[in-house]
Design a protein around this ligand. Structure first.
Ligand code: HEC
Ligand code: HEC
Length: 462
């Protein structure tokens, strides 16, 4: 829970009105908008777009899953170019297909060995298949960065980064400042999928490529003709234009609803009245929601929003929870190096702004059971370890932080001058000697509940 907000805030999809991150992404809203066009209702755009977006019938899980990847980008282009609706869908279809091929294409990388999918495996909710804390890359495939690769699912609801985020009046109290919220990556430093895709492609410790190399790879790829068909006969004449088209196709692919936000977990079925949770899962959900116990739902929203939108299991807030330093990371061999999240070093625009140091964007917990490394530095490798950190960080800090001369070096990955940023709400409201917020049985129950958030649930045959 953040900055004086109380209760479980079902904040997720009301963000629809502000979801600027994925211009292609407000798929359902766009579908609704297109439908509105058809029925002569006012067209989407500006304030009308807000209305359409927030009144979309998101209560129905299947409606969300069935939404075609309508693209606002493409729609805007269509308006400009006078395209028909059918042409718009065709264009999205082409870009999605190309984006998919690009996503799996290692020839885009400097080493020729690394594709987006190498770190974002489709079988693991687009997070890594291995359990390394951080993935290896660079031209020799031996370099590593400082962060765990996150899931790419359910990013469609992430709002654009805002230093001061305010709820929409429909769903909450617009006057409350929820603090820094949104943006892609752990520190929220980019707002669009296309800008994000540029980062790994060019990063020296990830794909280590250049726009020229990417263009050359696409020209030589089996999908070169399809690329020309989608982006124009002369697209390859200009490396920058080709590179931008690559980024755009990747962004479009990442918004394929059935792959990236299908809402097919057991918990979705349970919310729709189509599945029952086991006793352990139900107890876990209760502990997860209980403000005096896990209090997890205050940040990882578990309830539908007022308009019936399915929960995203994140309020997208940037928060400091004092994750221990991962001493196994090469970058951390330098004792003066700190990954301070929003205030740097990966993010540059908030450098020197002390109130942003140590904060990282709250990740969704959908499909979290498919992940093998947790937190921004990948320090933990099981959900039970993560849960123990939440429950005992303040009651038994010696279990998580180094002890030197009998003294626990608490919050060893955040210089003391930033400790005021650390969250102190339950379960982080205790001190040594207090009872942990959760016991081992409750931890097991919460883990059981988290396992219900994995997509692809098939109800047992009746
Ligand atoms: C070497 C591993 C690696 C490769 C290859 C890689 N990524 Fe990532 N990806 C990461 C890491 C690590 C982060 C988190 C970065 C950060 O917080 O600074 C990330 C973050 C992201 C995010 C933001 C997720 C969020 O929660 O905000 C998106 C989207 C993404 N990657 C897409 C891609 C695409 C598209 C490609 C291919 C062009 C790609 N990635 C290639 C490791 C990788
Ligand atoms: C005050 C807000 C807040 C509360 C309360 C909270 N979390 Fe988190 N959660 C976060 C943030 C922020 C991160 C990322 C922190 C980081 O990596 O530095 C996170 C990360 C996680 C992760 C790792 C996910 C991943 O992809 O690496 C799990 C699992 C998790 N939380 C579960 C829980 C559970 C279970 C509870 C309740 C016991 C809980 N959280 C309570 C904000 C919160």
């Amino acid at each position: 829970m953040r900055l004086g907000l109380t209760g479980i805030r079902g904040r997720a999809l009301r963000l629809a009105a502000r979801r600027l991150v994925w211009p292609v992404g407000v798929a359902l809203a766009m579908t609704t908008a297109l439908a509105a066009c058809d029925s002569q209702a006012p067209t989407a755009g500006g304030a009308a777009g807000r209305e359409v977006a927030s009144s979309a019938p998101l209560a129905s899980v299947s409606a969300v899953a069935a939404a075609p990847a309508a693209a606002s980008v493409v729609q805007a282009a269509a308006h400009d170019a006078g395209q028909t609706r059918a042409q718009v869908y065709e264009s999205v279809r082409q870009m999605t297909a190309l984006g998919k091929q690009l996503f799996f294409d290692a020839s885009l990388s400097g080493s020729g060995k690394l594709a987006c999918a190498s770190c974002h495996s489709p079988d693991h909710a687009f997070s890594p298949a291995n359990s390394l804390s951080v993935q290896l890359g660079g031209n020799d495939m031996h370099r590593s960065g400082m962060r765990a690769a996150p899931t790419l699912k359910y990013l469609q609801s992430v709002p654009a980064f805002a230093e001061h985020y305010h709820e929409s009046d429909d769903e909450g109290d617009e006057s409350v400042d929820a603090g820094p919220t949104g943006g892609l990556t752990w520190d929220g430093r980019v707002d669009r999928g296309s800008d994000q895709a540029r980062i790994p492609l060019l990063s020296s410790f990830e794909m280590g490529s250049t726009p020229q190399k990417v263009t050359a790879a696409v020209k030589a790829a089996p999908y070169a003709d399809a690329f020309r068909a989608a982006f124009g006969e002369h697209i390859f004449d200009n490396d920058d234009a080709t590179f931008k088209a690559v980024l755009q196709a990747l962004e479009t692919f990442e918004q394929t609803p059935e792959l990236f936000y299908p809402y097919t977990s057991k918990y979705d079925a349970y919310l729709a009245g189509k599945a029952q949770l086991t006793q352990a899962e139900l107890r876990g959900l209760q502990v997860f929601n209980d403000e005096k116990k896990g209090n997890c739902a205050s940040c990882h929203i578990s309830q539908r929003s007022k308009d019936g939108a399915p929960p995203q299991f994140s309020d997208f807030g940037l928060i400091a929870i004092g994750v221990p330093r991962n001493r196994a990371l090469p970058v951390n061999r330098d004792p003066h190096f700190y990954d301070l999240g929003a205030c740097g070093p990966e993010r540059a625009d908030l450098e020197g702004r002390a109130e942003f140091c140590g904060i990282f964007r709250t990740p969704t917990l959908r499909n979290v059971a498919l992940k093998k490394s947790f937190f921004h530095n990948g320090i933990y490798h099981s959900l039970a370890e993560v849960l123990r950190f939440y429950a005992q960080r303040d009651t038994n800090p010696e279990k998580f932080y180094p002890v030197s001369k009998g003294k626990v070096q608490k919050f060893d990955d955040l210089p003391q001058r930033y400790w005021a940023n650390l969250n102190t709400e339950p379960p982080f409201d205790r001190k040594p000697g207090d009872r942990p917020a959760l016991d081992e049985v409750e931890i097991k129950d919460v883990v059981a509940f988290l396992n219900t958030l994995t997509d692809g649930y098939k109800p047992a045959a009746q």
